[in-house]
Design a protein around this ligand. Structure first.
Ligand code: HXC
Length: 262
């Protein structure tokens, strides 16, 4: 499948591969137009339903992951146009229904909608030139794809308010300290690091990886008591699986487990 605004490829050595999606609108610093978001949603769904794929890596260019929603497209929108067409709601939420782990590999600008798409990933690796921010206030707007909600849940209220109200950017090291990203590497190491992480996850039980993702995401969506109940239920249920028994027997026999993802 070829797309207009993204590039996709399948990489990896093991039986399960990694689906790579690269945002590709270089002249506009990967500004997120409707067509790009349609392409992204389609590619995410295609990789998510491909049994040969374990993890998905989402990345941009060395200069920009994405510099935000497309301002040129938005400038003349009216209230009723965006409301009636379901702007953002129609095609930006695709990531939320992806079952497989999605690793965001961010270099350069991740601003506005770009920062919001990055935060929709399950984890982020940043190149040391990455810059994150929610600069919508500078153009008379607020974030519209989760920036006011995911950012404070991730970095806390003080920094979220600081970034949203001043529109300033933070670099990769500050993003690491704030918990927005889990690793910072040199730009040339960004994809190797993301692919190595994906390869490691591809070697695990995929059913466990998906349930793990659901449980961790629940921590953002429900009170502690119900999150703990879900975790206990999933934990107990895994004793009914092949992979739990195989994983533990392999440990005791000092060999590599042969997971069957069931
Ligand atoms: C449309 C954009 C764009 C954007 C950059 N470009 N960001 N076009 N939408 N979000 C275009 C520029 O107009 C320019 O086109 C080209 O990309 C290169 O950008 P420059 O500004 O020349 O590059 P540079 O000087 O390096 O500055 C980079 C930058 C700056 C700091 C990232 O471009 C910038 O501030 N961009 C806007 C960032 C922003 O406000 N994002 C939030 C958008 S609102 P030409 O044709 O002149 O070469 C948003 C709302 C989300 O995201 C809510 C819904 C999800």
């Amino acid at each position: 499948m070829t797309y207009e605004f993204i590039q996709t490829e399948v990489l990896g050595e093991g039986p399960l591969k990694t689906g790579v999606i690269r945002l590709h609108r270089p002249k506009q610093l990967n500004a997120l137009c409707d067509g790009l978001m349609d392409d992204l949603g389609h590619a995410l769904h295609a990789f998510d339903t491909d049994d040969g794929i374990g993890c998905i890596v989402l990345t941009g260019s060395e200069k920009a992951f994405a510099a935000g929603a497309d301002i040129a497209a938005m400038v003349d929108y009216t209230y009723m146009q965006v409301f009636m067409s379901g702007y953002i709601s129609r095609n930006w939420e695709a990531m939320a229904s992806v079952q497989k782990p999605v690793i965001g590999a961010v270099a350069g600008f991740a601003l506005g909608g770009g920062c919001e798409v990055a935060m929709m990933c399950d984890m982020l690796i940043a190149a040391d030139n990455a810059k994150f921010g929610q600069p919508e206030i500078k153009i008379g707007m607020i974030p519209g794809a989760g920036g006011t909600q995911r950012l404070p849940r991730t970095v806390g209220k003080a920094l979220a308010m600081d970034l949203a109200l001043t529109g300033r950017m933070i670099g990769a090291e500050e993003a690491l300290r704030a918990g927005l990203v889990s690793r910072v590497v040199a730009p040339e190491q960004l994809m190797p690091e993301a692919l190595a992480m994906a390869e490691q996850i591809n070697g695990m039980s995929q059913s466990v990886a998906r349930l793990m993702k659901q449980c961790v995401n629940e921590a953002f969506e429900s009170p502690l008591a119900s999150g703990l109940r879900l975790e206990r239920r999933v934990f107990h249920s895994l004793f009914g699986t092949h992979d739990q028994h195989e994983g533990m027997v392999a440990f005791l026999e000092k060999r590599k487990p042969e997971f069957k993802h069931r």
